[in-house]
Design a binder for this molecule. Structure first.
Ligand SMILES: Cc1ncc(COP(=O)(O)O)c(C=O)c1O
Length: 287
């Protein structure tokens, strides 16, 4: 059975799913998106993801032509049409078709696209063995220029960071902010374990406030692990006992080396293992 993609209310076979070359989402990256995940037949934290999507759209003056309930139904419809129980869901809202030139007032109606599929951010074996990552020289877009809270269709800043990872032969790169503090990786948030404490960069460092990051902070609280949102330097990463990444696509991914320094003893640490196990148990129970 061919996979079906939802485009503006119609389910279309994947190989026939098309948008116009005059859509400003394609021409200028003018649009927003969201990545959600269904576990055990339910979309995990759907409300938080839809809240972020609508907030991103509001920030760029893009009116989503569906309300939250309609969008939620469209997501369910897409997943059901593809007979999926566990999957990744991409919701995209573009500015729509318009004349050339960046002005958004040249566009007609925004388009909504929903794709339900699998996703594999890192090689599966690295969830057992751990990832080696690098620090990118490309800094994260400063919040004063473009808020990283907007999950826009323009990921060039992150893609440049990803190229640096690829060139270094590793799957991921840490991006620093304009002040030199650790921000996040190219499409995932970062945590370290230092002694008895979990630490992750704060909102003000210029991160996308990850839904998975929030869940991990909640799980840490539930198991009595102190967690702090604070500015981190590369020194803090290098000297951490453990490190891991979080994201809807990546879930909780362990890191065992950064910039050719071993993290801890170079093996996936006990706190990371515990949080990974808690996360997998929680998402299937609580979606
Ligand atoms: C830049 C960036 N940071 C962090 C994340 C992780 O966010 P979430 O846990 O909500 O998927 C994403 C997810 O796509 C992202 O694009």
């Amino acid at each position: 059975m061919s996979k079906l993609v939802w485009i503006d209310g119609r389910l279309t076979p994947r190989d026939q799913a098309r948008i116009s070359v005059f859509d400003h989402g394609l021409l200028y990256g003018d649009g927003v998106f969201e990545g959600l995940r269904q576990y055990n037949g339910r979309v995990f934290r759907q409300e938080a993801h839809l809240h972020r999507l609508f907030a991103s759209a509001h920030a760029i003056r893009l009116e989503i032509p569906l309300n939250r309930q309609e969008l939620s139904q469209a997501i369910d419809q897409t997943i059901a049409a593809n007979a999926l129980k566990e999957c990744y869901v991409r919701v995209i809202v573009t500015r729509g078709v318009g004349a050339l030139g960046i002005s958004p007032i040249k566009c007609g109606k925004p388009s909504v696209i929903i794709i339900a599929d699998g996703i594999e951010l890192y090689p599966p074996e690295t969830y057992r063995s751990g990832l080696e990552i690098i620090t990118a020289s490309t800094i994260r877009t400063p919040p004063a220029a473009l808020s990283p809270k907007i999950k826009s269709l323009n990921y060039l800043n992150n893609i440049l960071g990803k190229w640096e990872a690829i060139d270094a032969g590793v799957p991921e790169a840490v991006m620093l902010n304009h002040l030199g503090y650790v921000c996040e990786c190219t499409a995932v948030n970062i945590f370290i374990v230092c002694g008895p404490e979990l630490a992750t960069p704060p909102e003000e460092s210029g991160i996308l406030l990850g839904v998975t990051r929030g869940v991990v902070l909640e799980l840490a609280g539930a198991c009595g692990l102190p967690a702090r949102e604070r500015n981190l330097t590369r020194y803090d990463l290098y000297n951490a006992d453990e490190c891991f990444l979080t994201g809807t696509g990546a879930e909780v991914a362990p890191v065992i080396g950064i910039d050719r320094r071993l993290i801890g003893n170079g093996a996936v640490g006990p706190v990371t293992k515990k949080l990974m196990a808690m996360f997998h148990e929680y998402v299937r129970r609580a979606s």
